[in-house]
Design a protein around this ligand. Structure first.
Ligand code: GLN
Length: 210
């Protein structure tokens, strides 16, 4: 992989095609961020479009509404997709990717072995900007701004899940990765820091070259 241009497929020099699920919610900020980083963006409004992308971002919004809008067929299609192609879920997207969802219980795609609780921070801190830590070998424990909006909380992390960012004294996991699935309970698309999106594009690029 070409270090200077990490998100291109070095052989064909073709930009990565990243889908952003655009049924509802906060998809446009992801589109802008991805384009800024040189990716080609497909706004996915129909599950059929999943066939033509290298990776997918499931944005924030209302996870229950996503489930309704996807319907059973869309949910099944997405479930197949997340097994074979890199997917990054933020906030409601993180909820969708989980194996176990609480408050209330709802279906998850099962791409990440986590238990996640919706709207877990209560009214007072419904929305907040906090400093967390991004954990990556080369950026060990570096500060990271995190925007939380009616955020869920990751309550259990399975043995195969890597924690890539934490928040607070208790080092709560707020971004995780398992294989080709990644999730953040905050909104990296609303901060200037591009490292989380870059980490996802690296994942997509590595998968594509395999
Ligand atoms: N509260 C939303 C949910 O439970 C998530 C909020 C968000 O995506 N910003 O689905």
């Amino acid at each position: 992989m070409n270090q200077a241009d990490p998100i291109r497929n070095s052989e064909a020099n073709v930009p990565l095609r990243i889908g952003v699920l655009a049924l509802q919610g906060d998809f446009d900020a992801h589109r802008r961020r991805l384009q800024e980083l040189g990716a080609e963006v497909v706004l996915v409004k129909n599950p059929k479009q999943l066939d033509a992308i290298d990776g997918l971002i499931i944005p924030g919004g209302e996870s229950g509404t996503f489930l309704k809008l996807l319907g059973d067929a869309g949910f099944e299609k997405l479930k197949q997709f997340v097994r074979v192609k890199p997917t990054f879920g933020t906030c409601a997207g993180a909820i969708l990717l989980a194996t176990e969802v609480e408050n209330p219980k709802q279906a998850g795609l099962g791409a990440l072995d986590i238990r996640i609780r919706r709207n877990a921070y209560g009214r007072q801190i419904d929305s907040s900007i906090r400093q967390g830590r991004f954990i990556q070998p080369e950026l060990a424990n570096s500060p990271l701004e995190m925007v939380f909006i009616r955020a869920p909380k990751i309550e259990r992390v399975g043995p195969g899940v890597e924690v890539i960012a934490t928040e607070g004294d208790a080092a709560d996991p707020v971004a995780v990765r398992q294989g080709i699935a990644m999730a953040a309970t905050f909104h990296p698309e609303l901060s200037d820091d591009t490292r989380i999106h870059r980490a996802f594009l690296d994942l997509v690029s590595n998968e594509k070259e395999r």
